[in-house]
Design a protein around this ligand. Structure first.
Ligand code: OAD
Length: 264
């Protein structure tokens, strides 16, 4: 696992592949699963991705809104960007789609270990019922104070005047989002779980942003690796299998197949 902060880099489905491995006693055991999700899984829920033609980075520059230097230079602009995105989550039209629901069902019913690692800062996995979930790039509905480092749930707009409820100081409240150049959250736990996993599934992520884009190479050769995405990602060549299509269609189908094999 690299110690670097967040950074950018520039087949045929084999759904009937093995989902059981043999342990040392020769007993068949379901493998531990790690699922990595990205913005593509939330697109059909009405949230824009980053690098598609209509994505966030087609209209805005990363260095203006998603970097610590941007916040130091123009905090009001950064607040405006994240306030709008936080407010969008409260829109009645934004709801988990069939892919979010299928992953929650997989977590509930899979007899082996399971961890969902998301790069998404929305709360659609939680709303879909996922519980064993880590937000490696932070969460829109949380804020952090640069003065005292307290982090907390937060749904209101933020401004440079907002006082921290923990220390009372203003000027230091920021979205609890991992910006470019910062260290993603939960990396120790993710690394430990990747070392144990026997099935790695990446969904709706372009493979441009590290360290998440490097997870497949870390487990390749040890775990079965599957990419479920609208199109081949930047790291597609590292996966054993790929299914291309909309998340709301390919994820429920893949989950159903996994659970059916598991019952055999
Ligand atoms: P990207 O926007 O880079 O990639 C989204 C991927 O989802 C692309 O490969 C699309 O082809 C695919 N996609 C689009 N619609 C889809 C659909 N309906 N079903 C399935 N796949 C679909 O988003 P991420 O890979 O998540 O970080 O981006 C990684 C990080 O870069 C984000 O967490 C964010 C961004 O800058 C920060 O802002 C900190």
């Amino acid at each position: 696992m690299t110690g670097q902060g967040l950074s950018s880099a520039g087949g045929d489905p084999r759904l009937d592949g093995p989902v059981r491995v043999r342990d040392k006693t020769g007993m068949a055991e379901p493998p531990d699963i790690v699922v990595l999700t990205g913005a593509g899984i939330s697109r059909e829920s009405g949230l824009a991705t980053f690098r598609d033609a209509d994505g966030v980075w087609a209209k805005l520059r990363i260095e203006d809104v998603a970097a610590p230097e941007a916040f130091a230079r123009d905090p009001a602009r950064v607040h405006e960007f994240y306030n709008a995105r936080r407010a969008q989550l409260a829109d009645a039209a934004i709801a988990p789609n069939a892919a979010h629901l299928a992953l929650a069902e997989l977590e509930r019913r899979w007899p082996g270990g399971f961890l969902l690692v998301t790069q998404n800062v929305d709360d659609l996995h939680e709303r879909g019922g996922s519980r064993r979930l880590l937000h490696m790039h932070g969460e829109l509905r949380r804020v952090r104070c640069l003065r005292c480092d307290a982090a907390q749930a937060w749904d209101a707009p933020l401004s440079v005047q907002t006082a921290c409820p923990a220390c009372g100081l203003s000027g230091g409240m920021r979205p609890d989002i991992v910006w470019f150049g910062e260290m993603p959250y939960h990396m120790d736990r993710i690394a430990a779980t990747l070392r144990r996993c026997g099935l790695f599934i990446a969904i709706g992520t372009s493979g441009h942003v590290y360290p998440a884009a490097g997870f497949v190479a870390e487990v390749a050769g040890r775990a079965r690796t599957v990419e479920l995405n609208l199109e081949p990602s930047e790291v597609a060549s590292h996966f054993d299998e790929a299914v291309h299509g909309k998340a709301s269609e390919v994820v429920p189908a893949f989950v159903a197949q996994l659970l059916a094999q598991c019952r055999r």
